[in-house]
Design a protein around this ligand. Structure first.
Ligand code: NDP
Length: 265
């Protein structure tokens, strides 16, 4: 029988995940389907239960359900436990919760963009779900420094305190600088806004990375205007999907071809 997978979100119509997983399945010869499911904002657990009852084997979870998925899981992968958020579920009798966002970001930076993090100074903007998921995987790369800056500074401190190990917290206007890598994990780009950053965070050797994808953002334009190289979050999207596919199927798809075809479209 064909195995069923899905992504749950609200909204969900815009999601590229069904396209990405269909491409992975074709490429690796896996007998599976992957659909997008719009869960009511107050009905995530009910939607997931219905999907499991209908034979669902696994799922991805996107905005706004990642923290609810964390609570729904009956077991957690260590990286999901530390992130406090779940983007990948495995239905195996219980519900295993995992988080592949951080692995996706690190794969995109280090493999696709050739941007090594070891010994580099990294600035992470934001302290929401996306930021939480990437701190530990970034630290595993052993950067020289990791600064977390957030609009609500207390949330940056709470996140930094969870990790210790040379992580510091600040507001947007007191980050110091410059940095080798600046990662925008705020939702500001979704609103077409630019966090109030100092141009001193960039040099001509900086890579500015926006987790948002699909359009140029004020953050990327600002970084480019101050000499930095830039990248959007499309590669992270495909890489986090590949990591979820590996969790479910034990097979690693080739991501480069899928990233290239999404860019071309
Ligand atoms: P959350 O709602 O959990 O967090 C929002 C964060 O953005 C908070 O730190 C918040 O600060 C900050 N913020 C919101 N609006 C502004 C603003 N106008 N100016 C400055 N800071 C702001 O969202 P997520 O963490 O889930 O998502 C963040 C972004 O990352 C989204 O754009 C999402 O699409 C993207 N993303 C991309 C992925 C990919 O695969 N490419 C994967 C996951 C996320 P405060 O604490 O002060 O409210």
């Amino acid at each position: 029988m064909t195995d069923r997978y899905a992504v749950f979100g609200h909204p969900i119509a815009h999601s590229k995940s069904p396209l990405i997983h269909a491409a992975f399945a074709r490429q690796t010869g896996q007998d599976m389907t992957y659909e997008a499911i719009l869960a009511p904002k107050d009905g995530f657990a009910t939607s997931v239960a219905a999907f499991v009852a209908a034979g669902g084997r696994g799922a991805n979870v996107t905005v706004p359900f990642k923290e609810e998925a964390f609570r729904l899981a009956t077991r957690l992968a260590p990286r999901a436990e530390r992130a406090g958020a779940v983007n990948t579920l495995v239905f195996d009798g219980g519900i295993l919760g995992d988080n592949t966002d951080g692995a996706g970001l690190v794969a995109d930076l280090t493999r696709n963009l050739n941007c090594s993090l070891a010994g580099r100074r990294v600035l992470l903007l934001g302290a929401g779900g996306a930021a939480r998921g990437v701190v530990e995987p970034l630290l595993d790369q052993q950067p020289a420094a990791l600064v977390i800056a957030n609009r609500t500074v207390s949330r940056a401190h709470e996140l930094a305190d969870l990790f210790g190990r040379g992580v510091t917290a600040s507001g947007f206007d007191e980050t110091g600088g410059p940095f080798d890598v600046v990662i925008n994990a705020t939702a500001a780009s979704l609103a077409g806004e630019l966090p109030p950053l100092s141009p001193a965070i960039f040099t001509t050797d900086t890579l500015a990375y926006d987790m948002m994808y699909g359009r140029d953002t004020p953050f990327l334009a600002f970084a480019r205007g101050h000499g930095a190289a830039t990248a959007d979050g499309l590669g992270m999207l495909v890489e986090q999907a590949a990591e979820a596919f590996y969790v479910w199927r034990g097979v690693r798809p080739d991501t480069a071809a899928v990233i290239a075809s999404l860019r071309a479209a």
